[in-house]
Design a protein around this ligand. Structure first.
Ligand code: UGA
Length: 469
């Protein structure tokens, strides 16, 4: 089928590349000249496992053709899928790109085409979408076309796999009296036997948002529970493990730590609260979800302060910058606010992330942040290390070996991802979040003859740490 995907960001490019791999003829329309140039050179401008190979092969077979104009890309398509960005980092609804996109695309749609919106829409925009599209068609004397919402549930870091093996397909019908649009869209998902839910447009819009709000709520619940575990000496992972076998609960999205970041969960919780408040309703649960989440940074700083007393003049190593492993995305990444807080408290902050783009981006976004090119370099001379993103390579670090290069052997594990027993055995003072075995303060840390838990070590090698370009 001939398909045009408008907006080649994280959602659109995965959609376009996966559809091309399934044999569809895909046109990718991207307005950002930098992004388009990079793609034309075969470079995917963000890290998404498996995507480079799909894009390269689709471009070379010409199953994916790139363009920057709606004139060239829309009129031939049977389905036009909109995947432009719609919300800002603070939960604001950025309608401009979607409105502009509709203005350019809708008048040019073929009469037998269907418009499919994959971008996340706030309810106040979704409610009028059929009328808005109809108005744009009537203004140019064209017949009405089907208008469908088809929200995505792919996660960064596993977006290709999630597209190929989705948990469900949701099709929200804003306008499709003949059913031709739904029939065409269902053909795109012939590769999967995932359940298909055909619902009203508002139900699709709310279903998309509700899924993310629920995931965020689970994480904030786990974080609140972690505090209870800390108070009573419980272990959050053991507690979750007792809940997980219950099919009504499950164990997913109950990992405590620094909280949720990224371009979706934080902003969508806030977007929904804001939208609903404008209708005179209150959202105490969602407000608490955000409040608990933002409080995680304070909790992390408190943990460090409990070990170091005063952060001024201390050298803090942060391992991980991306908002989660498997991506180089820094949008709403907890690392950024954490680094800013530590720097404001007078600490020298040295960070490392395996993704070069994350290192470069963080250096640009956080004044004063030092960037190391390896984890070992970041750890050298550190008074404490904070794990921010649970990349597997950090769990696999030679913790017994690197301890000698640190000034003090203190670990604050913001993702509960490190082996507590191993670190304590190696001589570190360790604090996780709601995790048994955490030492909490230096006074709590076990001290054996010959170990130097938390105390300043011999002078260490000082490396020149430059900020990335
Ligand atoms: C999220 C949803 O999971 C996807 O289903 C959805 O399609 C996507 O938003 C979207 O709306 O486009 P994503 O933002 O890629 O996907 O990231 P998640 O995997 O949901 O993780 C979000 C944050 O929660 C990360 O910072 C992660 O570290 C944190 N997290 C996750 C926890 O703190 N604890 C957990 O147990 C799980």
């Amino acid at each position: 089928m001939r398909v045009t995907v408008v907006g080649l960001g994280a959602v659109g490019l995965v959609t376009a590349a996966c559809l091309a791999a399934d044999g569809h003829e895909v046109v990718g329309l991207e307005a950002d000249p930098g992004r388009l140039d990079a793609l034309r050179r075969g470079e995917v401008p963000f890290h998404e496992p498996g995507l480079d190979a799909l894009v390269t092969s689709a471009l070379s077979d010409r199953r994916l053709v790139l363009t920057d104009t709606a004139e060239g890309g829309v009129a031939q398509a049977r389905l036009v899928i909109l995947a432009v960005g719609t919300h800002g980092p603070d939960g604001s609804w950025q309608s401009a790109s979607m409105v502009q996109c509709l203005l350019e695309v809708v008048p040019r749609l073929a009469d037998d085409a269907a418009l499919v919106i994959r971008s996340t829409l706030p309810p106040d925009f979704a409610v009028g979408i059929a009328a808005r599209v109809a108005g744009l068609r009537r203004a140019v004397g064209r017949s009405l076309v089907p208008v469908l919402l088809n929200p995505e549930f792919t996660r960064e870091g596993s977006a290709v796999r999630d597209f190929q093996r989705p948990s469900r397909i949701v099709i929200g019908v804003a306008h499709d009296p003949s059913g031709a649009g739904v029939a065409a869209l269902k053909r795109l998902y012939a590769h999967t036997d995932a359940p298909i839910r055909i619902v009203g447009a508002m139900d699709a819009c709310l279903g998309k948002l509700a899924a993310n709000l629920f995931l965020a709520t689970r994480i904030s619940f786990a974080n609140e529970l972690a505090g209870v575990c800390e108070e009573y000496g419980g272990d959050i992972e053991a507690v979750v493990d007792t809940m997980a076998p219950d099919p009504r609960i499950g164990g997913y999205f109950l990992r405590a730590g620094l909280g949720f970041g990224g371009s979706c969960l934080p902003s969508q919780v806030q977007m929904m609260s804001r939208a609903v408040r404008e209708h005179g309703l209150s959202t105490p649960l969602l407000d608490a979800v955000t409040q608990i989440n933002t409080g995680r940074i304070d909790h992390f700083v408190d943990r460090l302060t409990a070990f170091l007393e005063d952060l001024a003049g201390k050298r803090i190593c942060l391992l991980g910058l991306a908002f989660k492993p498997g991506t180089d995305d820094l949008r709403d990444a907890p690392s950024l606010n954490l680094a800013r807080r530590l720097i404001a408290a007078g600490a020298t902050v040295v960070a490392y992330d395996p993704m070069p783009r994350a290192r470069q981006g963080a250096a640009n976004l956080v004044p004063g942040l030092l960037i190391a090119e390896t984890a070992a370099e970041a750890l050298t001379g550190a008074d404490a290390v904070g794990l921010v993103t649970e990349w597997p390579e950090f769990a696999a670090l030679d913790w017994e070996g690197v301890i000698a290069s640190m000034r003090r052997a203190i670990v604050v594990d913001g993702r509960n991802a490190l082996d507590v027993g191993r670190l304590i055995e190696a001589g570190y003072a360790y604090a996780g979040f709601g995790r048994a075995g955490s030492t909490g303060t230096l006074q709590d840390a076990p001290r054996d003859e010959g170990r130097r838990v938390g105390s300043p070590a011999e002078p260490v090698l000082t490396l020149a740490l430059g900020r990335a370009e």
